[in-house]
Design a protein around this ligand. Structure first.
Ligand code: ZN
Length: 75
């Protein structure tokens, strides 16, 4: 079995890991509801993609939740 032949300093390890940081995600504005969403994805708030309704966001919600969601979408 191979063993590391040299000690890796903390500095060396940290320098290597300096390239592993995650970038902040890019957001676009939903053309239908105007919220910040990820590009090339269906809007999770209004269910629209390219000016068409793709998913029904009210499905499986109670009457109260539905009312609240409708209110949120109007803003
Ligand atoms: Zn939207």
């Amino acid at each position: 079995m191979g063993l590391p032949s040299r000690h890796h300093t903390r500095s060396r390890v940290n320098k290597r890991r300096s390239h592993m940081a995650l970038n902040s995600r890019i957001f676009i504005k939903c053309p239908h509801c105007g919220r910040k969403i990820l590009p090339h994805r269906v809007c999770p708030y209004c269910g629209y993609y390219k000016d068409k309704e793709v998913i029904d966001v009210f499905r499986g919600l109670t009457k109260k939740e539905k009312k609240q969601k409708e209110k949120d979408l109007q803003q």
